[in-house]
Ligand binder design. Sequence first.
Ligand code: PLP
Ligand code: COI
Length: 364
Amino acid sequence: MTNHGSQGFRKVAHPSPMPDPERIELIRNPGFGRAFSDHMVTITWTADRGWHEMTIGPRGPLSLSPAAAVLHYAQEIFEGLKAYRTSSGEITLFRPDMNARRFALSAERLAMPALPDNLFIESVEALTSIDRAWIPDGEGSLYLRPFMIATEPFLGVRPAAEYLYVVIASAVGPYFSGGKSTITVWVSEDYTRAAKGGTGAAKCGGNYAASLTAQAVASAEGCDQVLFLDSAEHRWIEELGGMNIFLVFEDGSLQTPPIGGTILPGITRDSLIRLAREEGRVVREEPYAFDQLKADVASGRLREAFACGTAAVISPIGKLKTTDGPIVIGDGNAGEVSLALKRKLVGIQRGDVPDSFGWLHKIA
Ligand code: PLP
Ligand code: COI
């Protein structure tokens, strides 16, 4: 059965959504990115018709030509945002307008058609609404993964003329298994992630594919994430494979690498800069050399470091590792400033701390 749901989506009824007891069991302790909800959104783009066939229906396999451009030249972009259930039972998204904007900028960089911001927001609202039962109680959330792929079957190298936009959702807990209190980060001194003029500021799958060898080295070294240095001088700290980085100093100030084309402009990063400044903290968006980090650890000036992102939230960094050995940050435990910022951010997202910036987007 099909009918037209709210917000202009054609609704395809799900013949067999997961039964309540199974779903409840699955999302009790979901881990990250394995427990997928019942539905998905799809919207098609063709050069002659633009965006059309807005559908919300059962999540299932996609049917693609083996010649689809995405499979050959990696014309793909994605986003990540979370839906939360607040303590008062409301369902909210956190700054989805920022994800919509970044998705459009990623599309522009990958020579893909821009999905209008309002359509992006309607799509994540529609999926959140239909799969609201998939939002775990307590500390979990529903991670929404909008993405776009080039579907045109054509092996010439040029922007494709057909695309598919999809949104899927996954009930998630902490990104790092077991919700560990600190993470260990491998500093990659040979592999880099992005170069000036490249795609570092876009959220495209290719950036992540290119990070996997370094991530595999990190894992082999017993680390959770890779820290990339800049590609020109191998000197400046940039970001981790899937998150931005902040440093906290003894005077209570913070520093994070500037947005300049080679790192992802994180929405968590932006939110934390605003929250810390609102508290009266100095936040520098300035380059920070890895040698400076070593000197600041040795002198005690650098007290804390943390990774941040939608998946990572705030993940305090206890230790860095390099080929020269470990560098312990502070006393190796989660720092006070990091934890206080995390409490504030999570408090806003869950409706427990006043949302003075107007970041929460309620789902009707
Ligand atoms: N940097 C990279 C490479 C990421 O994959 C992410 C995650 O989305 C971030 C930073 C943080 O971005 P955001 O805070 O918008 O999730
Ligand atoms: C996110 O935080 O949304 C990301 O895309 C990062 C990835 C490590 C899951």
